[in-house]
Design a protein around this ligand. Structure first.
Ligand code: FMN
Ligand code: 7N5
Length: 376
């Protein structure tokens, strides 16, 4: 029975080509950060409140003008057709049914116009949350601008610019497996260049991209812009100064620079750096409703999931992703209730304890106990 996110991974692995399963599960180099993301959530402890009469609970959020029925977003992931023949159409339908914001990857195997149509149709009697569009800024600004116009015309409500990829991370599993290209018949639809008879360009990960490019982007679009992959608090401040409307606190699921900290570990510092001026979406290692609660309690406005969506899509297509989102909604709701919270706004850092991250501040009235056991 598929009861947990972990169950989806196990089920997907029985169906997938092991090379493709490695592409999804893998990360950069020693995969230290891949493991750290999940481990850091496990180390945190929740400290619930009681007797708060939290009967009417809502998981709803509004983020940069986008209304969603869950604080769990679908982080951008490439190549959905690799694991499911309907690809991103299936994902978009499931997200629309759940009222979850889906961030369409620039490296999707279905074009954004078709994805948007699928989302609208699936959400017809519900309330589909909008799509957002993820972008790797290409040094060819004319091409980048055309893509921004396409995503905007298709109805995307925000742009997510991935900034942690001046070069591609060292995906050693893929290198060993010889998985270097999409199989025949699949392509990154957004990279077809109309100026070159539809020839598909490679996605450039370019070290020349700088803050000036962000300023340029700010000048050509009025959509909210989020920067994905900012990890240094000083860069978070710079992002705000350069007009970013939000941050996705992400280490690319441990797929870019290995040995960077877990995202949840960085959240308090990043939250302090932006001082509430822009919302923070956190992704990396979110696998349980309690993980969602921990991230929101420490200052995130929403969380994103990457690999779980790929596993669910591989396991059961649209239905699989629907079930995954439902599962996380149920777990989140239960965790809210058990924390004595009615919704996102009831969650604060007082609900989280971090035993392994250094000494907790002394609590009022308590005597400090020194490591040698003596009371001071
Ligand atoms: C298979 C796969 C493909 C991804 N493709 C993209 C992408 O195209 N653009 C991007 O910004 N991030 C991409 N990511 C990173 C995710 O957006 C996200 O940051 C990460 O997966 C979150 O961690 P999680 O997998 O632990 O949930 C990808 C991740 C995976 C696993
Ligand atoms: C050019 C495809 C980028 C995919 C990606 O970002 C990842 O695999 O992590």
């Amino acid at each position: 029975m598929l009861m947990t996110v972990q169950d989806f991974e196990a089920a997907a692995r029985t169906r997938l080509d092991p090379v493709h399963a490695d592409f999804i599960a893998g990360g950069a180099a020693d995969e230290i950060t891949v493991r750290a993301n999940e481990e850091a959530f496990r180390r945190l402890r929740l400290l619930p409140r009681v007797l708060r009469g939290s009967t009417a609970r809502t998981p709803e959020i509004t983020l940069l003008g986008s209304r969603a029925r869950t604080p769990v977003l679908l982080s951008p992931t490439a190549f959905h057709k690799l694991v499911c023949s309907e690809g991103e159409l299936a994902t978009a339908r499931a997200a629309a049914a759940a009222g979850a914001i889906m961030i369409v990857s620039m490296a999707s195997t279905v074009a954004v116009e078709a994805i948007a149509r699928a989302a609208r149709d699936a959400g017809a009697d519900g309330d589909p949350a909008p799509l957002w569009f993820q972008l790797y800024l290409q040094p060819d600004l004319e091409f980048t601008e055309a893509l921004v116009r396409r995503a905007t015309a298709a109805g995307c409500a925000a742009l997510v610019v991935t900034v942690d990829s001046p070069v591609r991370g060292a995906h050693e599993r893929d290198l060993r497996n010889g998985f270097l290209d999409l199989p025949d018949g699949l392509r990154c639809e957004h990279m077809a260049d109309p100026r070159q008879d539809g020839r598909v360009r490679p996605i450039a990960m370019s070290p020349e991209i700088s803050w000036e490019h962000l300023d340029w982007l700010r000048g050509i679009t009025s959509l909210p812009i989020l920067l994905k992959g900012v990890l240094h608090p000083e860069d978070a401040r710079l992002a705000v100064r350069h007009g970013a409307d939000g941050l996705v606190l992400s280490n690319h699921g441990g797929r870019q620079l290995d040995t960077v900290p877990a995202t949840i570990e960085l959240l308090p510092e990043m939250y302090a750096a932006v001082g509430g001026r822009v919302p923070i979406v956190l992704d990396g290692g979110v696998r349980r409703g309690t993980d969602v609660v921990k991230a929101l309690a420490l200052g995130a406005s929403a969380v994103g999931i990457g690999r779980p969506v790929m596993w669910a899509l591989a396991e059961g297509g649209e239905k699989g992703v629907r079930r995954l989102l439902e599962l996380l909604r149920e777990e989140f709701d239960q965790a809210l209730a058990l924390c004595g919270a009615r919704g996102v706004t009831d969650l604060g850092p007082d609900l989280v304890r971090a035993p392994a991250w250094g000494p907790a501040p002394p609590f009022p009235g308590a005597e400090a106990v020194r490591p040698d056991g003596a009371v001071s």
